[in-house]
Every structure is written in C-alpha cells, then in structure tokens.
Write a protein that binds this ligand. Structure first.
Ligand code: ATP
Ligand code: MG
Length: 560
C-alpha cells in the first residue's frame, strides 16, 4: 500500500502476535472469502482491511477466495466487481486467488471419507421434518429414521446423488454428530444437498453442492489458512467447524476467530436487500452513489484511503454496535479539506447586478486553489457587472444577524470586491425576486477596504457571462431513519427510503470546470465536496456528484 498506515492494535492482532511468538505458527495466512452473489459493501471493506491488514502487519499473506458453493445466486459479474473493489481499496492478493468450486472434487472425497468413518449419512427427511426432528435447544432432538443407515447404503446413495439420479431435495447428506447437543448446529447438520443447477465455473459437472458450514473450514484447511476470521454470528458454528476438521485428514486446522460486523446508521447492509434495490430499480445500479457498496462509495467520490481510515477508526471488537455514518463522512471531509482544490459554484443561482460596474468589462481576479497547499497556486476568476449568487444569500426582510446581502448591507465577494446591496428586482406578476442589485467599491479589490472597515459576510459568486451551466447531483442519505432495517409490524425496509435522496440542479460554475477531468474532486466553496462523475461526464459537460456537504456533524458531536 502506498502510505504506511499506523500499526493497529486489537484483540485479533494480539492473538496473531502471540501465536507467532509462541511458535504456534511461523507465518500468518488469512483470507477474504466473499460469496460472489452481490457487490461488496462497506461492511466487506472492514473485513478486507482486517484480513489484508493483518497479513501486511505480520509479514504474512491473505488469500482472495470466492466462496462460490451456491450456484443459483452467483454470477461472473460479481466475481469481477469484487476483484476490482479489493484492488481499488489498495490490497493485492498476488497469486493467491482461489475458488471454492476448484475444491469440489476434494470436498466430495472428504464427504465420502466421513461416510466411510460412519460419521455421515444420507437422510430422507423433508426440510420441514428435518427442522421438526432437530427440535429446540432446551430439549434433545429426535434422530432421523435414516440415522443408522449402514455405511454401504449411505455410500451408494451419495454416489447416486452425485450421478444425478434424484431430484432436488430428495436427499441430503448429514454429519452424524449429536442430536441432543444444546447447539443446534451440532444436531446432524446437512453437509451436501442436491441442486441441479449450472455453476458459473464448474458448469454442469456437479448436481450436488456442499453446504457452507462443511465447505468453509475445508477451504481454509486446503489453503493452509492459519486464522479464519469471520463475523460474530458464526461463533455458534465454531464447534461444527472444529468438529469437521477434527474428523477429516485435512492438512491443517485453522483457528476461527469472530469479530463484530460493521453496522451503519441510515444504511442497510444485507446483500439481499441491496440486490432488491438494484433489481427493482429503486437505485440506478450497484454503483449508485447512494449505495453503501464499495462501487457506490467510489462513484460518490469517497477515496480508498478515506475508507481505510474509517475502518481503522472503528476498530475491531467482539461487541455488536452501530456506527454513526457521520464518522465515514468525517473521514472523507478531513482528507479532502487538505487535498481538494477550491472552486466557486452557485447551486441555486439568482443574478446580482452591480449597478456602478461598467457593462461589458471583464476583469480577471485571482482565486486561491487550496488554502492549505500554497503549491497549488491560483487561477484566474472572471468578474463582471452581472454575477450569479446563491438565492438564499439575499433576504429582503432579514433579521439583524443576517450578515449576507440585505438592503443597505455591505458584504465581501470572495476574491473580489466589497459590495453594498441596494435592493432587488421582482417579477411584477409573481412577486418573486429575479435579481439583486448592489454597488461596488472600486477601492476594495481583493476583498479588503483601505480604511479598514469591517465586513462580516463573504459570499461566493460566478460571472454571468463567463460562468457555465453544470449538472450537479445533491445526494442525501438513501434512508430517512437511523435503523432502516427496523420496520413496524407488516412494514418493509423500503418504507424507510428517503424520497429526496437525489436532487439534480443546474448550477453555475467557474468556466475552468469545462475541462474538469472525470474522477477529480473539488471543494465547491461553502457548498461541500464534489466529484466529476466518471460515467456521465461528456467532453466539456461535466456532471458532478456531491460527496458530502461541508458541515461535519460527527466532529461537532465528538469535540473536546
Ligand atoms: P450477507 O449476509 O449480506 O449476504 P455475507 O456476510 O454473507 O453478507 P459474504 O460474501 O459471505 O457476505 O462476506 C464475505 C466476508 O465479509 C465474510 O467473511 C463476512 O464475515 C464479511 N462481512 C460481511 N458483512 C460484513 C460486515 N457488515 N462487517 C464486517 N464484515 C462483514
Ligand atoms: Mg456469508
């Protein structure tokens, strides 16, 4: 990774350090194991930063492994987007790209070995009966009528399952563990099922597929993973993970470690729900700038480093919690405040006419590109008799504390002159203000009065003649409630969508923006951070996405 980010310390890092110093392991191997059934989201980014980050920190390696054991939900498009996203986040799996489907042959052998050892059987129970027999944690379950089927019969049936003799659901292969365990996952879990489905990689070679719990530990062991890091909901699966690896002649026994998943306010993170939003065209696609997907955040204008910073700040714990999305916004703001060039854009334009400025005259002023980076230099900004300003920077009947334009008040035009408001022009029919008028003081070029008189307000502006029209999309949160997954009885998470999550305006911007390069981020002075959209921008016609407004509610809340 380009910048050396500070070493992180948390309970998992401590465990790995201990394992290395005890000699339990000579090298660390982690893995990031996405199922290619959707695009990656910010929660996955946490897992990626954790797994690849630990490998980096301890001089080990991290595998990218597609856990592609469920053919019906998986697609090549997802595989490709996942690789692009991991790379974009700044991580490199080198040669270590793996697919669970490449192990189907080995997994099948392991399943036969389990049958041979009398530790797995082919079961005829329907899914409903399976559940009923399994029972509840407080009382022992009931054994399946197939539980004591002889080994030879199990082998024969399993081979015929593989040969395609039976329809979906006719049989499952179950591990024979303990029907009275308080842990339901140990009550003879299903490990193979019949599914006549085409697989995006193995094609039609298989019509039986391993279940997640059976497959995952084997994948880890086959690759030689030392630490298999997953989210907390798998804690109750760990005894099964260990049981399977203990029964089978696997090359090693990785250690499963659980951590709390990332949850974010105003966000749904389940792939099923994100897929629904995409499929029903509630959003433009997986990379809609309002989506919590890595591709959505990228298109919105978030940088990879801001996401890594965020993942470092939230830390790694064993306690479930919900992170304020304002923290993510804080991370990109902190970064862009230092790096983004400034430019003036008026989002809700109204004309300002400078009555004593010569018509037809255009003057070139100097705009500072980045106040925190003198090397960024300055740019010429055209000034003329007619400008655009923000509609809400003028108020006809303004309160005392309104320091922007109101009749009789003097304000500073950024990089320009001091002007005094003289009034406004209205549409005679609607009474709507159509232009604001003022006079300027020619002695105040650059924004300061020679007599030292104080002016409180500074507003941004764009020359009416020289400025250009810009398509600007003002994004807001996709959901209007903090916990969009919570809905009243009979409700649906989509009831919580924010109907105003995207508003497009035609803004007026400095003419330098005509050559804005797609992917470039700017601070529109007083209005926030914006990126030139890479998909919709045409030569000379930039389209902007608002990344975040300027106001930082996280920093305010957590000050001092
Ligand atoms: P979903 O439950 O929405 O389908 P998933 O967790 O099943 O998502 P996977 O593709 O299996 O999706 O996830 C790949 C890896 O990312 C897993 O190791 C998983 O633990 C981790 N992961 C997924 N969501 C989060 C999250 N919100 N926070 C941290 N890690 C996550
Ligand atoms: Mg999963």
């Amino acid at each position: 990774m380009a910048e050396q980010e500070e070493r992180v310390s948390h309970f998992i890092a401590d465990m790995l350090a201990q394992d290395l110093s005890d000699g339990r392991h000579a090298h660390i191997m982690t893995r990031f194991p996405p199922e290619p059934n959707g695009y990656l989201h910010i929660g996955h980014a946490k897992s990626i930063c954790l797994n690849f980050g630990l490998a980096e920190q301890f001089g080990g390696v991290c595998n990218l492994r597609f856990d592609d054991t469920n053919p019906t939900a998986e697609e090549v498009e997802y595989v490709e987007s996942i690789m692009a996203d991991v790379r974009w986040l700044g991580f490199d799996w080198g040669e270590r790209l793996y697919y669970a489907s490449d192990y189907f042959g080995q997994m099948y052998e392991y399943a036969e070995a389990l049958i041979q050892a009398g530790k797995a059987y082919v079961c005829t129970l329907s899914p409903e009966a399976f559940k009923a027999y399994r029972g509840v944690p407080t009382r022992p379950g009931q054994p399946s009528p197939s539980r004591d089927r002889p080994v030879a019969e199990n082998l024969d049936l399993f081979r015929r399952m593989r040969a395609g003799e039976f329809p979906d659901g006719a049989y499952v292969l179950r591990a024979k563990i303990d029907m009275s365990s308080p842990n339901l996952h140990l009550r003879d879990p299903a490990i193979y099922r019949i599914k006549h489905a085409h697989h995006h990689r193995s094609g039609d070679t298989w019509c039986i597929y391993p279940m997640y719990d059976f497959a995952h530990g084997l994948e880890d062991a086959i690759e030689g993973v030392t630490h298999s890091i997953c989210t907390l909901e798998f804690e109750v699966h760990r005894p099964l993970y260990d049981w399977l690896l203990d029964q089978l002649p696997v090359p090693c026994h990785p250690q499963q470690i659980e951590f709390a998943r990332l949850n974010l306010t105003y966000t749904v993170m389940s792939k099923r729900k994100l897929l629904e939003l995409v499929r029903d065209k509630v959003v433009w696609g997986w990379d809609d700038p309002r989506m919590p997907t890595v591709s959505g955040l990228r298109r919105r204008g978030f940088t990879a480093s801001s996401i890594r910073t965020f993942c470092r700040k939230i830390g790694v714990t064993k306690t479930e919690s919900v992170t304020d999305i304002a923290l993510l916004e804080h991370c990109i703001r902190e970064e862009l405040n230092v790096s983004a060039p400034r430019v003036m854009v008026v989002l809700d334009p109204i004309k300002l006419v400078i009555e004593n400025y010569p018509a037809g005259q255009v003057e070139s002023l100097e705009g500072v590109n980045n106040p925190s980076d003198p090397a960024a230099g300055t740019r010429p900004v055209a000034f003329s008799r007619e400008l655009y300003i923000e509609r809400d920077d003028f108020m006809e009947d303004a309160p005392k504390k309104f320091f922007r334009l109101k009749p009789g008040q003097e304000v500073r035009l950024r990089y320009g002159y001091l002007v005094t408001c003289t009034g406004c022009e209205k549409d005679p029919e609607t009474g709507e203000v159509v232009a604001v008028t003022c006079t300027y003081d020619p002695e105040t070029r650059g924004g300061n009065a020679p007599d030292g008189r104080r002016v409180k307000g500074t507003i941004h502006w764009v020359s009416a003649q020289e400025g250009m029209d810009l398509r600007v999309r003002l994004f807001d949160r996709l959901f209007q409630v903090e916990s969009p997954d919570d809905t009243p009885e009979g409700g649906h998470f989509r009831d919580n969508l924010n109907p105003n999550s995207c508003r497009e305006v035609v803004a007026k911007g400095e003419s330098v923006l005509a050559s804005a390069v797609p992917g470039t981020r700017y601070q529109f002075e007083r209005n926030g951070y914006f990126i030139v959209d890479e998909k919709e921008t045409l030569p000379g016609k930039p389209v902007f996405n608002r990344i975040v407004p300027l106001r930082d509610s996280w920093a305010k809340k957590h000050q001092g």
